[in-house]
Design a protein around this ligand. Sequence first.
Ligand SMILES: [Zn+2]
Length: 289
Amino acid sequence: MLRVEHPTDVTAGTKDIIGVVEELLERAGEAGVRPDCVGVGAAGFVDASTGSVTFSPNLAYDDPHIAEAVRSRCNLPVLVDNDANAAAWGERAFGAARGSDDVAFLTLGTGLGSGFIAGGRLVRGHTGAGAEFGHLVVDPDGPECPCGLRGCIEQFASGGAIGRMGRDAARGEPASIMVRLAGSAEDVRGEHVALAAGEGDEAARSVLQRAGRFLGIGLSNVANLFDPEVIVLGGSATRAGEPYLGAARDQLARMTSAQRRRPVRLELTRLGDDGGLVGAAALALDEAS
Ligand SMILES: [Zn+2]
C-alpha cells in the first residue's frame, strides 16, 4: 500500500487534502499504479452528492467544495463523505462489521463521530447532515459544544469530555496522580486520566466510569434508533480501556435488558485509525462501479 501522511492544518483542510492526493498520485505513477477514483473522508457535515462540506465545527476548509477542487487536479471520479461515515463503510467492508447490513460506528476522540448503515445503505440524511449522533443533546444546561448547542453527548462521552471532566476533578484533588502526570490540573488531558486510573487514582477512575456510563446511554439510544446488528467503537479514547468501556458495556446491558431487547454485538475497530481511509476508498469504488 502506498501511504502519504500530512498533519492536518485546521485552517486549510482542502489545501491539505489536495496536497495528499497529488503526492499519492505522483507516487502511484512512479509505481505503475493507475487509480480508478479518489475517496475522501472529511470531518464535518458533508453533502456526499456534491462532495461539499456544509458545516464543520472543528476544522476550517479553505474551499468547502472538496470534490470539485480535487477533481480539477486529477481528472478522476471523486467521492467525498463524512469521515465517520467512511469508517463505518470500511468496518463493514473489511473490519469488525464485515458482512452486516445494519451497522453503527462511533469514533471516540476529541469529539464523537458516527456513521450508520441501515439495510446496507449509509444513513446520510437529506443534505448529508444526518447521522451526527455526537450532537444529540443529553443535558440542555450542559457545557457548550463547538457545534453551537449545549450539552451534546460528545461533551460527556468522548475523549475530549474525559479530558475536561479530568481537569474538573483534578482541580478539587491537587494530590491526584492526574496532576502529577500532567504537571498541573489545567494541563490534564484524556490520556493522563487513563494513565492515572491505571495507577489506581480513584478520581480518574470515576471520571472514566462517568464518561463510560454516558457512552452506554448513547449506545442504548443507538439501539433504539437503528437496532443495529453490531456497534463498532473506534478512536483514541477506546485506549482508556476497561474503566471506560466496561462502564459503557454494563450500562448498555442494563438498558437493553430493561427493554427486553436482543443484546447488541459490541466490537472494537479492526481497522484502527485507517478505517476512514479504507472506507472512503471502498465507497468511491462502489460509487464508481
Ligand atoms: Zn454538539
